[in-house]
Write a protein that binds this ligand. Structure first.
Ligand SMILES: *Cc1c(COP(=O)(O)O)cnc(C)c1O
Length: 359
């Protein structure tokens, strides 16, 4: 007898693999905040733990109000999720069916493809220029079956971004029925004047949704918390699609506290800005190419020569207790992605790469 059979499109999915954790190693493989999280968020979690018998507020009203107040946006047009990951899943359920397609950039974040696969939809990936999203190439892939265009800006794992004027050009080139999803997971780290996460566009346009996460600058990846802001109709569809209590009370409380801790966010962003430059410079000095990054990680390219490859570098670094991320699944087999760690972790990463260069 054969047991229950999952749908063919589900069985085609390669499950997402998170960054590996090794005992006694520096985990620089998941772009987590090396400074931890806001002490105020920790205190809020302890407080919230006193009443875990109670169901959370399913609408996450206090958290949405806090987000609305912080960014000056309408709380009624925000939906919260169990990570921004869940927001993407909800989008797939609400907008995709078999035969549809989504458009993304060649080295776009892996989760978009998983969402499409779950719905039996096709993923169309547009070639990039210098590992940067190419608006014209993306627009070229849009057809009458396209339901959503996903843009991680900045993108993971490349670390690159496109300017706000380019984002607007992407939006202008899309039919009104195609939803542009702007994933701003790393928005808080970007200091370039021509960048915007797209809050304004999501506020004004009927087909733009911006997603954000508490997993990166807020250091709350363990709690699973993200949110989206956009047009009423899209937010309404996401509310209808989500589970009634999709965000835990503990996560909601921590999120509010984290959001209000500007000092922790500034400290995290400052640390990242300084250490990113230091790591990049040192890796380049050791003889390896790095790509410009505005995120909290850097993509390092290795030669294809024996003894110098990314796979050998990966193994060498692991041997020295430094775990960074293999990005084969992103179509970048010659590269590894290193998250920016604490200063001490970065010292060890740099020392390991220098030793590899001399090995
Ligand atoms: C880390 C990351 C996220 C955040 O995912 P969560 O589910 O909120 O933890 C979203 N998008 C990109 C591109 C990321 O790298």
């Amino acid at each position: 007898m054969t047991g229950p059979q999952a749908l063919p499109n589900i069985l085609e999915i390669t499950p997402y693999k998170g960054g590996e954790k090794l005992v006694d190693a520096h985990k620089l493989s998941s772009n987590e905040n090396p400074l931890g999280c806001s002490p105020a968020a920790q205190a809020a979690v302890i407080e919230a733990a006193k009443h875990m018998e109670l169901y959370p507020d399913g609408s996450a009203a206090a958290l949405r109000d806090a987000i609305g107040a912080k960014y000056g946006i309408d709380a009624a047009r925000i939906v919260c999720g169990s990570g921004s990951d869940e927001i993407f899943q909800l989008l797939g359920r609400a907008y995709l069916r078999p035969g549809d397609n989504i458009v993304q950039s060649q080295h776009g974040f892996l989760v978009y493809r998983l969402v499409a696969q779950q719905a039996g939809a096709e993923t169309r990936s547009a070639p990039e220029k210098d590992l940067t999203s190419d608006v014209d190439a993306m627009l070229e892939l849009v057809d009458e079956k396209t339901k959503m265009v996903f843009l991680a800006n900045p993108n993971n794992p490349t670390g690159s971004y496109i300017s706000y004027s380019e984002v607007k050009r992407l939006h202008e080139g899309l039919p009104e029925n195609v939803l542009l999803v702007l994933d701003g997971a790393y928005a808080e780290y970007v200091r370039n004047n021509d960048y915007s996460a797209g809050m304004e566009l999501a506020g004004e346009q009927a087909n733009v949704l911006m997603t954000r996460t508490f997993s990166k600058i807020h250091g709350l990846a363990a709690l699973r918390l993200g949110w989206a802001y956009g047009p009423e109709s899209v937010i309404d569809a996401l509310h209808r699609t989500r589970g009634p209590f999709n965000v835990s009370a503990v996560a909601q409380a921590a999120g509010i506290a984290a959001l209000n801790d500007d000092a922790f966010q500034a400290k995290s962003a400052d640390h990242n800005a300084a250490e990113l430059v230091r790591v990049r410079d040192a890796v380049e000095k050791a003889g390896f190419k790095t790509y410009p990054s505005v995120g909290n990680f850097v993509l390092i390219e290795f030669p294809e020569a024996a003894g110098r490859t990314s796979a050998e570098a990966d193994a060498f670094l692991r041997g020295r207790g430094v775990v960074i991320r293999n990005v084969n699944v992103y179509g970048l087999p010659t590269c590894l992605r290193a998250s920016i760690g604490t200063s001490a972790q970065n010292d060890d990463l740099i020392a390991a790469i220098e030793a590899f260069a001399k090995s």
